[in-house]
Design a protein around this ligand. Structure first.
Ligand code: SAH
Ligand code: SF4
Ligand code: F3S
Length: 457
């Protein structure tokens, strides 16, 4: 097999990170190793995100840079295929070629399995005769997961890994492009998920994060023919002996069911940390967003979860400046965070965004909050989130907690791991390596984005 190199740059959510791994696994079987610099690459892939305008624009500026590299390599007689994969590929399709005609392949998020065949065709010039690029934009999630099961012979071992169990979204929040870029909801079968989990664990993985745009809407075929919810799946995965930690993301508040609450109560491997986006604290805005839940429902859901598992902490997503959002709606978002913390459903971290109108979505034509107001609200919200995160970390001070170590730090003898609540912890140790070990650590310092601690001996 001829030795080749691939450069891949990933934008957007964890599902794209997972997909990039799958693409490099697939290319690994064709002899491609991952490289760090585009100038060394026989193939350059941008795995793109369409969620906000800025994310999409970044892709075009990066393509402009890669084009220069592509030209330089081709002048030296070297291969330099340029691939646009992911959600921009799906949303814009061949329109990409109008702005970037030098792109060789356009691959939607459920069509990566088409890459080897397209590559073959391109090399034998079959594609060139008809269209300048090889394009694959089918929504065939089932085919994707069936075909992308190999692990690259060049894959490095790691402690934590993602595992996509569900794709797409049927919720159509009025701000969001995901139902258009990832298609309808599809759940993989429990058997294929369990097999993939075993493969990961055999390769040294100890912490798996199950992924889906709406991961807790999971309803795949179970082991005995009946449909399983996420709660059932977590139970089955908990039985894998060398798998120590399970997480899942991203969840929707309306799909938190009793089986999932029971999983948090009964399964020690299910980590007490839940990313449960709320978007806004105002009922009026939640309705306009088509979120299918109000503020009270969200808080009630949190109450049921912490009743079952008092150690649970939360993370969330917020949008400011959604069309029609008034000062008072925005104040409702700030007060929601205060209310969560008061009831003990601590907000340990959160992501927040300025509303960005996306083509084809219901809310896009109504974008009417001025950019300066969006910016002001975003800044205020981020300050409140920051304080909430610091207070949460403060509570960890002097506590002993199990830390799973993932990598070496930047300094000599420094090691970095994570707590059950996803906080990053730095320790110093003379040990040859702590990577892959679960150790008890006493937290004795707080940094802006991480904790420091001392290993228990
Ligand atoms: N499936 C997940 C996440 C989807 S995208 C969910 O249902 O929560 C991740 C986050 O991006 C969203 O939670 C939302 O906060 C943000 N987002 C999505 N569309 C956006 C838009 N048009 N403008 C600003 N933020 C947006
Ligand atoms: Fe987008 Fe809403 Fe679906 Fe999440 S639930 S992916 S925010 S449409
Ligand atoms: Fe972006 Fe697509 Fe994920 S739009 S957030 S990469 S699903």
């Amino acid at each position: 097999m001829q030795q080749k190199q691939v450069y891949i740059k990933t934008y957007g959510c964890q599902m794209n990170v997972y997909d990039s791994e799958k693409m490099t696994d697939l290319l690994g079987t064709l002899g491609y190793r991952v490289c760090e610099h585009p100038s060394e690459a026989d193939m350059m892939i941008l795995n793109t995100c369409h969620i906000r305008e800025k994310a999409t624009e970044k892709v075009y500026s990066e393509l402009g840079r890669l084009r220069i590299v592509q030209q330089a390599r081709r002048n030296r007689g070297l291969e330099a295929f340029l691939v646009v994969a992911g959600c921009v590929a799906q949303a814009e399709g061949e329109v990409i070629l109008k702005r970037a005609p030098y792109v060789d392949f356009i691959l939607g998020p459920q069509s990566y399995q088409a890459l080897p065949e397209l590559l073959e065709k391109k090399r034998s010039n079959q594609i060139l005769s008809r269209s300048p690029a090889g394009v694959a934009l089918e929504f065939d999630a089932e085919d994707k997961f069936e075909k992308l099961t190999t692990i690259s012979p060049f894959q490095e071992s790691r402690v934590s890994a993602f595992l996509s169990i569900q794709e797409g979204c049927d919720k159509f929040c009025t701000f969001c492009c995901v139902p258009f870029t990832r298609g309808a909801e599809f759940s993989r079968s429990a058997q294929s998920i369990i097999e993939e989990a075993h493969t990961l664990v055999n390769a040294g993985v100890r912490d798996i994060t199950l992924l889906g745009q709406n991961v807790n809407a999971y309803h795949g075929l179970g082991l005995k023919g009946k449909e399983w919810s996420l709660g059932h799946l977590l139970q089955a995965l908990s039985d894998i002996p060398d798998l120590w930690r399970l997480r899942y993301t991203t969840s929707h508040p309306i799909n938190v069911d009793n089986a999932l609450i029971a999983a948090h109560r009964d399964l020690p491997k299910v980590m007490p940390f839940l990313h449960l986006p709320v978007q806004s604290g105002s009922d009026r805005i939640l309705k306009a967003m088509n979120r299918h839940h109000n503020r009270a429902y969200y808080l009630k859901t949190l109450a049921s979860l912490i009743e079952a598992q008092p150690n649970l902490a939360f993370s969330s997503d917020f949008i400011v400046g959604f069309p029609g959002e008034t000062d008072s709606d925005f104040e409702d978002t700030l007060s929601l965070i205060a209310e969560m913390n008061q009831m003990g459903a601590y907000l340990a971290q959160a992501f927040s965004f300025s509303y960005s109108p996306r083509p084809g979505t219901v809310a896009a034509p109504n974008d009417n909050v001025p950019p300066v107001i969006k910016a002001e609200r975003l800044q205020r919200l981020q300050e409140v989130i920051q304080v909430s995160q610091q207070q949460f970390n403060q509570r960890s001070l002097h506590a002993k907690m199990p830390v799973l170590f993932e990598k070496a730090g930047r300094h000599m003898h420094q090691w970095i791991g994570r707590t059950p609540h996803m906080q990053s912890v730095h320790v110093y140790s003379d040990a040859e390596s702590l990577v892959g070990q679960m150790r008890c650590v006493t937290i004795d310092g707080l940094g802006p984005n991480s904790l420091s601690g001392t290993l228990e001996t």
